[in-house]
Design a protein around this ligand. Structure first.
Ligand code: NDP
Length: 264
């Protein structure tokens, strides 16, 4: 049996074991091996690579706060991972660990049918970086807002249009994206409530990367009558892409997606 897991801290809440094991148990024959996917509470990101080998893993997902460690400790990073410098999927290839970022494409797949042309991104952390790079790659005009300067600096160096939240005035966007944890464990808005309200009321859609709770950000969008979406579909899409990377023998993305949605 091939072993996989998700590394993070905290990790207890992660839905990844649930959705990956559902696909392993349903499609083991088709992919040509049986797999088991666990969760691992890592204390120190410096031990990520060592632990991957000690556990005899074939692949892993990485969540908060180790995506940068995963980027630094893999032997090679492919695709958008090398641009974003953040890795959420590791795959064993021979004796090497290869790093990928499926958050970026996973996010884009959930909005690609909308034909959006402009976006504002709230937050400048790891997931914001993945989202920013894929939006730019797809030609969507983007403004990145953060409450403090430090993390925004790397977006400025990468050539993104950026602003501190305190300097921002409401303007219309096709999509307003919350890539901060505001509202996950509290009742906070990611941006000043009045400014956010005025922005959402002239925009088309509110998208929160958080899943599992209806945040004040999404409640506000609902109250204003604009389209809104949480991070559940992104969770599924990044996992579908990761599962495809875990398997040599391909099975259809639709089958993987359907099975994952069934258990989530
Ligand atoms: P990071 O810790 O890397 O970044 C956090 C960002 O949010 C920083 O820019 C920080 O600003 C800002 N921030 C934190 N708290 C607040 C607040 N109260 N108000 C305004 N800004 C705030 O987190 P990630 O980028 O890794 O994750 C962000 C969210 O996205 C998480 O809730 C996570 O669960 C979710 N996520 C969902 C995924 C999915 O598949 N659906 C995938 C990945 C992430 P500052 O720099 O000033 O500290």
């Amino acid at each position: 049996m091939k072993q996989f897991c998700v590394f993070g801290n905290p990790i207890f809440h992660s839905k990844s074991p649930l959705i990956h094991n559902a696909v392993f148990s349903e499609f083991g024959d088709e992919i040509g091996f049986s797999g088991y996917y666990g969760r691992y509470l890592l204390q120190d990101g410096m031990n990520l690579r060592k632990t991957f080998f000690e556990l005899g893993l074939y692949g892993a997902n990485i969540t908060i706060p180790f995506k940068e460690d995963a980027f630094n400790q893999s032997d090679e990073n492919r695709g958008i991972a090398s641009v974003v410098k953040s890795v959420n999927t590791l795959v064993l290839e021979g004796k090497k660990i290869i790093g990928y970022n499926t958050d970026a494409e996973g996010f884009y797949r959930t909005i690609s049918v909308n034909g959006f042309k402009s976006a504002v991104l709230l937050g400048a952390g790891g997931s914001a970086k993945a989202v920013a790079h894929i939006l730019r790659e797809k030609g969507i005009e983007l403004l990145v807002l953060n409450r403090s300067k430090k993390r925004l600096d790397s977006f400025v160096s990468d050539g993104f249009k950026c602003s501190l939240m305190e300097d921002f005035s409401p303007q219309p966007f096709d999509i307003v994206i919350n890539a901060t944890p505001a509202g996950l464990k509290d009742e906070n808005f990611p941006l000043d409530e009045d400014i956010l309200k005025r922005t959402l009321s002239i925009s088309k859609m509110a998208y929160d990367l958080i899943y599992g709770v209806q945040t004040p950000f999404l409640k506000l969008a609902q109250k204003l009558g604009i389209d809104f979406k949480d991070g559940k579909d992104m969770l599924i899409e990044q996992a579908v892409l990761a599962f495809e990377l875990f398997c040599d023998k391909k099975i259809s993305a639709d089958k993987i997606r359907k099975q994952m949605k069934l258990v989530l």
